[in-house]
Design a protein around this ligand. Structure first.
Ligand SMILES: [Zn+2]
Length: 52
């Protein structure tokens, strides 16, 4: 039997860590795929919304 789940567990967890706030979120991986940035939704918002 293949053991892919165990093998990939640690790397998958690291892929969920936001590069901005260093916190793991499920949204980080989705944003990485969609936008190419390893950031969570909160950091994405702060980058997208321009401070006045
Ligand atoms: Zn973040």
């Amino acid at each position: 039997m293949m053991d892919e789940n165990k093998k990939n567990m640690s790397s998958d967890e690291m892929d969920d860590v936001c590069e901005e706030c260093k916190t793991a979120f499920e949204s980080v991986r989705a944003n990485l795929v969609m936008h190419g940035y390893k950031i969570c939704d909160s950091c994405k918002l702060s980058k997208t919304v321009f401070p006045i």
